[in-house]
Design a protein around this ligand. Structure first.
Ligand code: SAT
Ligand code: MN
Length: 602
């Protein structure tokens, strides 16, 4: 594979280095400058004019294409290197002195060996380039869990993206004060060569070194690297949880508010579910869904109430675009209509954008994500399947009023779900917390374009966290059990599958806004007012417990969606072995019991 050299000329922006820079920060940045040798250092303040200036500079540098400003004010298109379109899980490492800390589900490197391997790559990598200093806060300012990070990057795209995805700039210097507790994030796209691509986490040093990729999850280090891998490690030590979950509020007609967190693997509809617009009759009755977050939650047990509370550490969405339209996710369409970055979508002749599934009819022609001319019959996709939008949460018309509340919101339900064409019912409820943890741990999903590798094969993805647990999965599962002991009243746990198909290969459930019908049952279960029957898998709604009115779904159809085929389910349990065998003697005993119980119930 040949490497493509990406060397934008140095940019000329106005610096805003703080006068009273924290000595620990100064020391660390000096070291990184010495190593990377940038031509200049640019200190970001995170203001709106600065972001605009960066976009303008990016257009000059060829990093961004300005889109039609009448249709999409403040929006820009970015085309990534074609070898750099998804997370590179096989190049992602947790670096610690001993392997046992990271366990069987992570790639491990000895920390000293990792520094030794990566230092030569970073040495001089920013010659001829600008180093952007991005200080940022993950979490609402003043929240007990909020964390400061500083990312040094030579990518303008990454710096601008960080200004959308995090609370970036002066707020972070202020929050940090003279503390040395910040995550040290060093990033360079290098020559964007997959042979020299490493995403290394040093949890003991609170440090992340990422080299050779500009892709979101590899390069926006506040996101998966800090807010999940490093945060999960810290959460385990400090008794809180960092999870790959959306967080939404549901307001009932009588004003009752219920917050629900849900873990689905990447590209399985977290953003769509978090921004759900209820069907018309629910809206007319007074139901409203609001979004706290679409990808990551941090949760802790509130001492006073004994309940689990949660915040969204991010300030932006980095959502999948293909398939998004005014029917499937109107709130996302509105959210990305201004001040947003589109990455790897198609460009229309009038400066608008297009992707598969945006409109029923494809355009007559456009420029595809690789910059080539595209026509509907050319046999290629116009947008990359993992093309993304990066948009500030404040653009979301359904942003939850508590989204910025440092005290977070109380969580009443946790939902696990995957993309499964067969065997797995639409919805069921765990018997209790321990059973729920088992359901989460055994979560399986068909792989998507969000990670490099084969798509469409079932992979075990415990809590949708497989690529993001920053330490030993054994300790992670035990941590889930331990957290229960701190709670007086724990969230109810559910399992959903929006993606079951019939024998003709058609989706059995309409999904999208209609998921409200399932959500309503879940909410009613949390408040102890919905009926359910006991089944081998857990509590299930009867056909009369889910509102099917107005859907083209018969009672028989619904029963088919909920069917538990014993033979198929036994095969499912066997395929859980793939993960459980990896854990071998380390599998927590609760897991073994739950599995035995399930087998005997079946
Ligand atoms: O990892 S990303 O944040 O780039 C997207 C995802 O896989 O969830
Ligand atoms: Mn994600």
């Amino acid at each position: 594979m040949t490497a493509t050299t990406v060397r934008p000329p140095p940019t000329k922006l106005n610096n805003t280095k703080p006068d009273d820079l924290n000595p620990a920060v100064q020391h660390w940045i000096d070291q990184c400058i010495q190593l990377c040798k940038p031509d200049q250092v640019y200190w970001c303040n995170g203001s709106a004019p600065e972001r605009q200036e960066m976009f303008t500079q990016g257009v000059k540098d060829g990093v961004f294409i300005q889109l039609n400003q009448q249709k999409l004010p403040g929006c820009y298109l970015h085309r990534s290197n074609q070898n750099d379109v998804a997370r590179s899980e096989h190049l992602t490492f947790i670096c610690t002195p001993s392997e046992d800390v990271v366990g069987p589900t992570n790639n491990w490197m000895n920390d000293k060996a990792a520094y030794t391997k990566l230092r030569p790559l970073f040495d001089g990598c920013m010659r001829g380039r600008t180093m952007y200093v991005c200080s940022f806060v993950m979490g609402p300012i003043g929240s007990p869990l909020a964390k400061v990070g500083i990312e040094l990057t030579d990518s303008l795209y990454v710096a601008v993206s960080m200004s959308i995805m995090t609370r970036m700039g002066d707020v972070a210097w202020k929050q940090l004060g003279d503390s040395d507790e910040f995550t040290r994030c060093l990033h360079s796209v290098g020559d964007c060569n997959p042979e020299r691509r490493y995403i290394c986490h040093f949890p003991i040093d609170n440090t992340i070194w990422s080299f050779g990729s500009g892709y979101g999850g590899n390069a926006l280090l506040g996101k998966k690297c800090l807010a999940l891998r490093i945060a999960s490690y810290l959460g385990h030590q400090q008794e809180w949880m960092a999870e790959h979950m959306l967080l939404m509020g549901a307001t009932a007609p009588d004003g009752e508010k219920t917050y629900v967190a849900a873990a689905f693997p990447s590209a399985c509809g977290k953003t769509n579910f978090a921004m759900l617009i209820p069907p018309q009759k629910y809206r007319e009755a007074g139901w409203k869904i609001t979004t706290v977050g679409d990808d990551i939650v941090w949760m802790w047990v509130d001492e006073k109430s004994g309940r689990l509370r949660a915040i969204n550490p991010e300030a932006g969405y980095f959502g999948v675009v293909p398939g998004t339209n005014y029917h499937t996710n109107p709130n996302a369409m509105v959210t990305m209509a201004k001040n947003s970055i589109y990455t790897n979508v198609a460009l229309l002749p009038d400066g608008d954008v297009w992707w598969e599934g945006k409109t029923e009819q494809p355009p007559k022609e456009c420029i595809d994500w690789t910059g080539q001319k595209w026509t509907p019959d050319c046999g290629r996709k116009a947008a990359h399947p993992n093309s993304r939008f990066t948009a500030p949460v404040i653009n979301n018309p359904a942003l939850d009023p508590a989204a910025n509340d440092p005290a977070g919101v109380p969580v009443s339900a946790i939902i696990f779900g995957g993309r499964r064409s067969r065997a797995i019912p639409l919805v069921y409820q765990a018997f209790n917390w321990v059973h729920g943890v088992y359901l989460g741990a055994a979560l399986g999903s068909e792989t998507t374009a969000a990670a490099t590798g084969q798509t469409g094969v079932v992979r075990r993805d415990p809590m949708a966290m497989l690529p993001f647990i920053g330490y030993n999965i054994r300790d992670y599962l035990v941590h889930w059990f331990r957290m229960r002991k701190k709670m007086k009243d724990c969230p109810r746990i559910f399992h959903v599958n929006w993606f079951r198909k019939d024998d003709q290969g058609r989706f059995m459930w309409p999904g999208f806004g209609e998921n409200m019908r399932v959500l309503k049952w879940i909410i009613d279960r949390c408040h102890g007012r919905a009926y359910a029957i006991e089944t081998p898998l857990g509590w299930m709604p009867r056909v009369q417990d889910i509102d099917l009115e107005g859907l083209n779904i018969t009672h028989e159809d619904f029963l088919a969606m909920q069917t538990i085929d014993n033979a198929e389910f036994k095969a499912e349990i066997l395929s859980q072995e793939e993960l459980f065998l990896k854990l071998a003697g380390d599998l927590p005993k609760e897991m073994v019991f739950q599995r035995e119980l399930l087998i005997s119930r079946l």
